[in-house]
Design a binder for this molecule. Structure first.
Ligand code: ADE
Ligand code: ZN
Length: 331
């Protein structure tokens, strides 16, 4: 089965580029930028990657961002992810990044987007991986902060394809962002939101009804509401599911309890993704492999999950068709 997972070309739709910052690269960038990290070594830092919930992870994740200072740092971060993606046979990726976690540290918006965009453009030519960049608002910050940074995002519409919503979910319902999301939709951005990771089914409902999302990130808790689940399935609205993240952030107690099979049985367009691979112990193929080890996926289920990754992508229909044909021929 692992060989099958490896050889299938796939798209990744839920990956935070800051969450692909491996400790080794973090230390290298810290040295390059003269920054002293709180931990003395890679091992000491990795030993902290044991989380009881989303917030404990986010505290460490934002701390790690401090080493990202220059355009080249953002380029190197993206390039390291892309090399892993290439190994996993990812041919298209739609990545998240958190502009506010950099601009709030005094890093100019241009530095972040130019470094990332240059790396992804080079990868398209050199590694054959196409991409879309999705800029996320940090939902733990005031709505006004999102409204204030939106013009910067809009200025870079040639490089940014979509708008997302991430960070601490509980206490920050999608409703808080309905104004800025309405503007982004009007301006032609695709919009997505993390919902139902730690938050309740009602947050998933709000993301659909109030933000008019084109995809739901995570979405696990929609399963608590049968009517909502049936609605999402009927609409063909995709969920970007992240198994190792769900395990490490204790959304599931054990990977054996992961609801992926239930999601597929209920007709949900689920996809498999890595979320923050440097922190959760695996890139996309490892997510497939660990999930398969835990719940025993059938070959058809693996195929459906990979097929869904292209169907749920923001690629134009003609390009989707080419990827789906290539997938079928490998299959
Ligand atoms: N930012 C990075 N990873 C995240 C996650 N799993 N949930 C919410 N915000 C995030
Ligand atoms: Zn995420």
């Amino acid at each position: 089965m692992n060989e099958l997972i490896q050889i299938l070309p796939k798209a990744e739709l839920h990956m935070h580029i800051e969450g692909s910052l491996e400790p080794e690269l973090m230390f290298k960038l810290a040295k390059r930028n003269g920054i002293k990290l709180p931990d003395a070594s890679v091992d000491e830092l990795r030993a902290k990657y044991n989380f009881n919930n989303l917030q404990e992870f986010l505290d460490i994740y934002y701390q790690g961002c401090a080493v990202l200072q220059t355009e080249q740092d953002f380029y190197d971060l993206a390039w390291a992810y892309l090399e892993n993606a290439k190994q996993d046979n990812v041919v298209h990726t739609e990545i998240f990044y958190d502009p506010q976690s950099h601009t709030d540290r005094g890093i100019p918006f241009e530095t972040t987007i130019n470094g990332l965009h240059r790396a992804f453009t080079d990868a398209q030519q050199q590694l054959g991986i196409s991409f879309h960049i999705i800029a996320c608002f940090l939902r733990h910050l005031p709505e006004q902060d999102a409204i204030d940074i939106y013009p910067e995002i809009y200025k870079h519409k040639d490089k940014i394809y979509g708008i997302g919503l991430d960070s601490s979910e509980l206490g920050h319902p999608p409703e808080k962002y309905k104004r800025v999301f309405a503007q982004a939709k009007k301006d032609g951005f695709k919009v997505v939101a993390h919902a139902g990771e730690e938050g309740p089914a009602d947050y998933v409902k709000q993301a659909i009804e109030l933000l008019d999302v084109d995809r739901i990130d995570h979405g696990n808790h929609c399963l608590d509401d049968d009517i909502l689940t049936a609605h999402i399935a009927k609409q063909g609205l995709a969920l970007t599911v992240c198994p190792l993240s769900n395990l490490k952030l204790r959304v599931v107690k054990d990977l054996k309890d992961h609801p992926i099979k239930t999601m597929l049985k209920k007709g949900l367009m689920a996809t498999i993704n890595s979320d923050d691979p440097a922190y959760f112990g695996g890139y996309i193929n490892e997510n497939f492999m660990h999930l398969n080890d835990a719940v025993g996926l059938t070959e058809n289920e693996i195929f459906t999950l990979v097929e869904n990754s292209f169907k749920a992508s923001f690629l134009p229909d003609d390009i989707k068709k080419i990827h789906l044909q290539a997938l079928h021929s490998v299959w």
